[in-house]
Design a protein around this ligand. Sequence first.
Ligand code: SF4
Ligand code: SF4
Length: 336
Amino acid sequence: MSQIITLEQLKQTLKEKLASGARVVAPVLDGDMATFKPITNVEKASFEPRACVQNSIKEFFFPKHETLFSFVRQGNDVVLTDAADFDVEQIVVGARPCDAAALPILDPLFAWDYQDRFYQERRAKTTVVTFACTKSDAHCFCSAVGGAPDNTSGADAILFDLGDGSFEVRAVTEKGTALFAGKTSESDKTGAACEPPKADFDVNSIAAWIRENYSSPLWEKVSLRCVGCGACAFVCPTCHCFDMVDEGSYNKGKRVRNWDSCQEAMFTLHASGHNPRGTQGKRQRQRLAHKFVIYPDKFKSFLCTGCGSCSRSCGQMFGVRPCLEALDKQGVKAQQ
Ligand code: SF4
Ligand code: SF4
């Protein structure tokens, strides 16, 4: 038997969480598109089947802008004050499987040479509820990087839309079981995700090509469309580059970190004026090599879930899938 929850029961579950002081994050309609936002009224949440949401749930674990500590100068001393702990329970509901799948990919990064308590505290206090995909679009390629429309990686529970105002609930972890305990009823209905999206390139072959073709002129050729705006990194669930700056004055201020993007011209600009990645081709090479060679070498997984958000958001109709397709056609297959 499967476990079923109606949309009204799901909203009631979220209402109870809000009443208990938890923070609830859900897709909220913003014109034609949905954006993940913290909500205080569950009626604002939009749980319609969709292939994309404008932002990634990443920002509720790793915010765009956050204070690490504040400082104040007192005589010859500098007094540091840690940022407050993240001590709120958080429920993120309505994520796509390819968005949630980024979390286990990022976990080792934030627990590697530095134990990042900011990320780790949010991860520990958050329950992630995904919706199995009911549609894909031309940007999706989760199946090419080991994902699927019903992938449960990173999810505490996955919901399958039954199309009648109810969902099949499949708990994945103890947190997911606890969230829906006593909220579901038994049924013989079962949900199913859509068919996996198609991709006619092999990511492992492209990764092998990247390893061998660091200096290929193809990098500049395929990157001509890219204007280096960085939008692809900001919507990406796995991109995690950040910059740290001190804000305030000499006597009083705070250290903050802000998202950064390897596609922006100043990303690796040296104080001397030299930039080792001084062209867009070199910056795209950095992005692709990091995602498909360097990160897998270090952490044993691609730094990409095939969500398609980068190309969906790119004003130049570029992004990772078009870049992979160009490297496959003009690099991998041209050599065969
Ligand atoms: S690929 Fe597109 S979104 Fe990314 S930096 Fe280039 S132009 Fe901007
Ligand atoms: S690189 Fe593009 S397709 Fe891959 S996870 Fe990031 S946004 Fe999604």
